[in-house]
Design a protein around this ligand. Sequence first.
Ligand code: SF4
Ligand code: SF4
Length: 327
Amino acid sequence: MTIAGQITNIQRCSTEDGPGIRTTLFLKGCPLHCIWCHNIETISATPRVVWRETKCIGDRACVQACPNDVLVLTAEGMAIDHDRCDLCGSCQEACPTGAIEIMGETRDLDELVEELARDTPFFEASGGGVTISGGEPLLQHDFAAAIANGLRERAIHVALDTTGYATEQVWTKTVDAFDLVLLDLKLMDENKHRKYTGVGLEQILRNAKILAKLGIPAWIRTPVIPGHTDEAENIRRVASFIVENMPNVSRYDLLAFNKMCLDKYRLFGREYPLRDYPLMRKQTMLELAEIARNMGVANVTWSGMTASESDESERLTNMEGRTAYCG
Ligand code: SF4
Ligand code: SF4
C-alpha cells in the first residue's frame, strides 16, 4: 500500500533544527494555535490557495480560469472563498507571474524519502540529517514515522521537531522512530499555556517524562516571546523541569522572537497579532540563559534577532558553528 501525506515545504541547509546541516520537512496540520505562530501556512491540514499582492499584475487570468467562482479581485485585494475551492490548480496554471499558488501538497512516501536523502553528502560532511517539523508532525504520525524509518534505513540522522501535544499511545510509538526529539516547552503556567497556545500543558509534560524514560536524546526549546514567555520565572520553571525530569536532554535553546512571518500572514489575508511587539533585548536573552544555567541545565544557548539599547535591530547569532554553507 502506498503511504502518502500532506506537506507544506522542504527547507534545505538549515542550521537551526538540530545538529549539523539539516533538511527540514514541514508537515501540514497543527492542533495548537500559538498567538506568536510563525508558520501559519502549516496550521491547516490541507493545501490552500494563497495570493501574493506584490507579484500580481491584475490581469484576472486566475479569476477567469477558476471553474468554481472562488476568486474575486477587488481594489482591496483578492477575496478567496476557500469553502468553494476544490484545489483544481487552474488558477495557479493560468497566472503568468506566480502570484497565486496552492500552498501545500500531497506527497508519496517513497518518492519523498528519496528526495530528502539527496542531501546525504551535506549530512555526512556536517553531522547533520533530516528534521521533520510542522505544524505538528504527530498529526500525521504514521507518515512521520514511516519517513523517519525510511531515512534511518539509509543511515540518515532524523530529528522530530514537536510541540509534544499527542496522546501517550501516539507519542510512544512515534518518538521511537527518531534519533533526536526537539521538544518545545513554551510556558509552564497551565492557564497561560491554554490562553496563548489553545491547548493544555499537562499532556505535553507527561510526554516529556515518557521521552526521558525511553532514553531518547532530546533538546528543549523555548520561543522567547515578549510579554508572553519571557518572564524569568517561566524560564526558571522550564529549567527546573529539565533538571528534575529529563536526564536525556543535552541542550536547551532559547529562541528570541522575530517578525519575519509578516509576509506569510499577509498571504493568508491576516495581520500578525504581535506585529507591534518589540524584539527581545540582547541583555535579557543573556540573563535568561544565565538563569537556566544557574538552575543546573548544562548546555544552554540562545539565538535570534534582538533590539539594541537604541532600539536598532541587529542580527545576533551567538552560537558557535551555526553558520553553514551549502553548495
Ligand atoms: S484551485 Fe481551482 S477551484 Fe481553487 S481557486 Fe484555483 S481555480 Fe478555483
Ligand atoms: S492571474 Fe496572477 S497576476 Fe493575474 S490577477 Fe490572478 S493572481 Fe494576479
